[in-house]
Design a protein around this ligand. Structure first.
Ligand code: PMT
Length: 404
């Protein structure tokens, strides 16, 4: 585990009402073992699942449960507690808690602290799969993400209610790992990064679209690794069934135009990684009604889409731009030309087609940048993500030495 700089963090752990509350005990224990100072705040409902005394014993500090507690407020009052925290982590975050936070309510100590703190707020949602999938919860989730709250999970799997699906709280060890190595803690701490992933869909009519075989694995692996190394990451993803990596803000899009708009709305970025397979063309006039088969041939007029990565590379101030080249022939030659044409700092070239590159768990890459190249032999995409970012950091380091 890297990121030991985070080990003296002051962490406020919020516990809301859900069966996963007992797992927060392990989380608190892990954070303390790693050298963090932890204060626990429980909602009323959480105290029905685990007693405050348990968290007091594990954290070594009295546990706060109510806002209007004259005795506690005469010590460290709630505003002081909100200022004390360097991070607020709520595990488990129930559907009710997410709804109250999304509505900006301050009807108990925990929600009040979330409004009063300047520290980053992270939630580990935990609830029944239907509750998680409910449009109200999804709208609350999206609203919280928009406001800069980061999400740790939820995971998919068997649930306490006996059902199977998405909604399980991330395991406490994984949450602790994300907190100790995530945003603000690794060798990319302080950076703002944007990663694109997956393919776009360009509508033909209300039910048909032009698409490609990208699964999003490469981009999601990069986003996970950038977050693990401490950067603040926004993942702009085309349709994908993959789970959002821990600590990553995710914006879901469908078309290239939506992807471009999502990226344009991000004001500042230090690093941009374009792993998405963005459609080069869109249908000029998507039909409003489902196209009928009439036996005759059908032509679709296609218009070129804007080149997202080339636009990002022209920004001022400009982020470091890493792109990909998906090629079926003359890999190095085409990738080098693509890097120049789109103004990328580094390009990751891959041979695609015939079962390679797209929708596979592994890949092989050729990295090209102005002063060098590196061959990455076939490996899991998670491992390639680490190697790409190691190379990026090395290039940055070399260029800062050269400019001294
Ligand atoms: O998602 P996976 O299943 O894991 O597969 C990974 C991958 C094969 C999709 C990935 O490794 C990859 O190659 N991504 C880029 C695919 C692609 O669109 O390549 P390209 O050579 O057509 O585009 C070059 C670069 O321009 C890419 O960084 C692309 O994101 C970008 N681009 C392309 C078109 C466009 N309109 N805007 C862009 O920004």
């Amino acid at each position: 585990m890297s990121g030991s700089s985070s080990n003296n963090q002051r962490i406020l752990v919020g516990v809301s009402g859900g069966i996963a509350a007992y797992k927060a005990i392990v989380l608190v224990r892990r954070m303390i073992d790693a050298g963090c100072e932890v204060r626990v705040v429980m909602t009323e409902a959480a105290t029905r699942f685990v007693t405050p005394l348990t968290f007091q014993a594990v954290s070594g500090h009295p546990v706060r449960t109510t806002l209007l507690d004259a005795e506690a407020e005469s010590g460290m009052d709630h505003i002081a507690l909100a200022r004390w925290a360097q991070r607020v982590v709520i595990a488990p975050a129930s559907a009710d808690l997410m709804a109250r936070l999304a509505a900006g309510m301050a009807d108990d100590l925990l929600t009040t602290l979330c409004l009063a703190t300047e520290a980053p707020v992270q939630l580990a949602p935990a609830m029944n799969r239907q509750m998680w999938a409910h449009p109200a919860t999804q709208a609350n989730y999206a609203r919280l993400l928009e406001r800069g709250v980061t999400m740790l999970g939820p995971d998919a799997g068997s649930q306490a209610c006996g059902e199977t699906g998405t909604g399980r709280m991330m395991e406490p060890e994984a949450i602790a790992d994300a907190l100790l190595t995530g945003e603000g803690a690794g060798d990319m701490a302080g950076l703002e990064a944007v990663v694109t992933a997956g393919g776009t869909r360009e509508p033909i009519d209300p039910v048909r679209f032009l698409a490609n075989r990208s699964s999003g694995r490469m981009g999601f692996a990069l986003a996970a690794e950038v977050a693990r190394r401490g950067a603040r990451v926004t993942l702009v993803a085309g349709p994908s069934t993959l789970a959002t990596p821990a600590g990553v803000r995710r914006v879901d899009v469908e078309t290239a135009a939506q992807m471009q708009a999502a990226i344009e709305s991000i004001e500042s970025m230090d690093l941009f990684i374009g792993a998405a397979a963005v459609a080069d063309y869109r249908v000029a006039r998507p039909a409003e009604q489902k196209l009928k088969k009439n036996g005759a041939s059908l032509s679709l007029e296609l218009l070129p889409n804007p080149d997202i990565i080339a636009t990002v590379a022209q920004r001022g101030p400009r982020p470091f731009v890493i792109g990909f080249a998906a090629e079926t022939e003359r890999l190095a030659e085409h990738a080098a030309a693509k890097r120049q044409a789109k103004g990328m700092d580094m390009i990751c070239a891959n041979e695609v087609g015939a079962g390679r590159g797209f929708d596979t768990p592994d890949n092989a890459l050729l990295l090209l940048w102005q002063d060098g190249e590196r061959v990455l032999p076939r490996a899991a995409k998670t491992q390639l993500a680490t190697q790409i970012l190691d190379t990026y950091l090395q290039i940055k380091q070399d260029s800062s030495h050269a400019s001294r």
